[in-house]
Design a protein around this ligand. Structure first.
Ligand code: ADP
Ligand code: LRH
Length: 507
């Protein structure tokens, strides 16, 4: 009998990967599998690119090429390993979206949320529909680039479009359908258009209490911005994780060598899949650490209080009716952008582990910059922007790379610790440990600093939590594993090694 396997297509802001999750082990021939083994079948670079007009966009066709290659090699690995591929699931970063025209073709490459066309738009929207009215329904923290604000920027003429010189208003006029990124890939794989609910919860257009599109917010938006009156008709039908989306189209089967494999809805917001596969126990907080650090708690229901709103906590939707109560902390973006700039200066890639070792040898606590400031959102020139922020604090920092990296990581750890303590008091949960998952869980210095700043043990891993969450939700959807979130997390615990850091003093 062939072991079941599920393919996770996981698109991050820095890289896309295609992972084959093989259920069970050689010794486990009977009964439900207690483990999953992840095999990387493809990895391709990703990042926002400036188009000819200077607008920051995602090259989704390049991603599609990487996905097809990855699916092809997943098929090869599966046949070598005696695995039957039973499903494909797609997740990505949230918020960004594509428009399809009347023929179902892409209107343009999707904008990246870091494109400056949304500068000032949220405040303009809040003057007409107050933040409090938004929060009472969608429960989202203020982020300047939420889908709603991107849509408003796209139909506003004048200053917003002049910022990039791009004719985004014209793009909306041609749009027949709005699809979030994983749903766009799902459409290309199957021909079916849906909106998966965990990711839809990041658009600002969903009601966090009912998990459905908010007629109230859509109605008020249409009243204020008549160009967006047709928005409701352009939003696809919502599906929950576990639903069947469709089957690989014949042309995709041909291009990948895969057969008639089902495509399954999973928690398609990467953070939702990552949290689903975080081996949380009661009282544990999490940090999904990658381009962003998503810091918070899993809760059974949204917290929509005034205090929560003032603290800018979000209520994004999670698996099995849960809420991801968290704050976006700027994350490794700031470090990665510095590394990118230094690599360009050197004409060779900077050795990240070496740089982190050097930063660990630097004295800590020289200063803390507010890494969450909007000034760090855009790409480019990051070392100078961070140095300027340090200079504004009146601190005389040695002008070395390790010194700057240490300030960035000290600041990130402090911001995460603040978010954990805020979440704890706002939700009334006593936090006993912090789980760190994602690429950043490999950053030992950051794990140690976070443990120290929060005064809590940090449990690091899995690195590929998102792909694991993606695979496990598929496996459950077709009945290969069963049970609630706790049962899925037991499978994670038996599949990966976790590392623990205790809050000992760090220099
Ligand atoms: P995303 O999904 O947002 O693209 P990932 O979860 O893949 O992000 O995390 C990517 C980040 O993880 C990198 O940008 C880097 O900062 C960090 N990282 C990756 N490998 C290592 C490593 N060996 N040591 C420390 N940090 C690492
Ligand atoms: C992390 C993430 C995060 C969103 C951001 C746009 O990859 O999905 O949860 O806020 O990207």
């Amino acid at each position: 009998v062939r072991r079941p396997g599920f393919v996770a297509v996981d698109l991050g802001a820095t890289s896309g990967r295609v992972m084959l999750g093989i259920m069970g082990s050689e010794s486990e021939s009977e009964g439900p599998p207690s483990k999953v083994e992840l095999v990387e079948c493809g990895r391709f670079a990703n990042g926002p690119r400036a188009d000819d007009d200077g607008a920051l966009r995602w090259d989704v066709r390049a991603l599609w090429g990487g996905i097809l290659d990855g699916l092809r090699s997943a098929g090869r690995v599966a046949s070598e390993r005696g695995v039957e591929i039973r499903g494909v699931g797609v997740d990505s970063w949230a918020i960004d979206h594509a428009f399809l025209d009347a023929s179902g073709d892409l209107v343009a490459d999707p904008f990246c949320y870091r494109d400056p066309r949304t500068d000032g738009v949220a405040d303009e929207v809040y003057r007409r529909i107050p933040f409090a009215d938004h929060y009472a329904v969608n429960g989202l923290q203020h982020l300047p680039f939420t889908t709603e604000f991107q849509l408003v920027a796209g139909v506003s003429t004048g200053s917003t479009t002049e910022k990039t010189g791009s004719a985004s208003g014209g793009e909306w006029a041609r749009a027949e359908q709005l699809l979030l990124i994983p749903d766009l890939i799902g459409y290309w794989l199957t021909g079916r258009r849906v909106a998966e609910v965990t990711n839809a919860s990041t658009t600002g257009l969903l009601d966090a209490r009912t998990r459905t599109w908010s007629a109230e917010l859509l109605g008020r938006l249409a009243a204020e911005y008549p160009e967006l009156a047709g928005l409701r008709d352009r939003l696809p039908e919502l599906v929950e994780p576990g639903a069947a989306v469709g089957h690989l189209l014949p042309e995709v089967q041909e291009a990948t060598g895969l057969g008639d494999v089902p495509v399954l809805a999973i928690a398609s917001h990467d953070t939702a899949s990552a949290v689903a596969a975080t081996p949380l126990r009661d009282g544990a907080a999490y940090i999904s650490s990658g381009t962003w650090s998503l810091v918070g708690l899993e809760l059974p229901a949204p917290v929509l209080t005034k205090a929560s709103r003032a603290a800018n906590f979000t209520n994004e939707l999670g698996l099995d009716g849960t809420v991801r109560y968290l704050r976006n902390v700027m994350g490794l973006w700031v470090l990665d952008e510095c590394v990118r700039a230094w690599s360009a200066d050197d004409g060779a890639p900077v050795d990240l582990p070496g740089l982190l070792d050097a930063a660990a040898a630097e004295p800590g606590g020289r200063c803390l910059v507010d890494v969450d400031g909007d000034e760090f959102l855009a790409p480019g020139d990051m070392p100078r922007r961070v140095s300027d922020a340090v200079a504004r604090l009146g601190v005389d920092l040695p002008g070395t790379r390790p010194a700057l990296v240490r300030v960035i990581l000290d600041s990130l750890a402090a911001s995460s610790a603040r978010a954990i303590s805020d979440a704890s008091s706002l939700a009334g949960v006593v936090v006993s440990a912090v789980h760190v998952v994602g690429g950043g869980s490999q950053n030992e210095l950051l794990c140690r600093l976070t443990s120290k700043a929060a005064g809590l043990p940090v449990i690091a891993g899995p690195v590929e939590a998102t792909a694991l969450g993606n695979v496990l939700v598929q496996a459950r959807a077709v009945g290969v594993v069963s049970g609630d979130l706790a049962a899925l997390r037991d499978v994670v615990r038996s599949s990966v090694a976790l590392r623990r850091y205790d809050p000992e003093p760090v220099r």
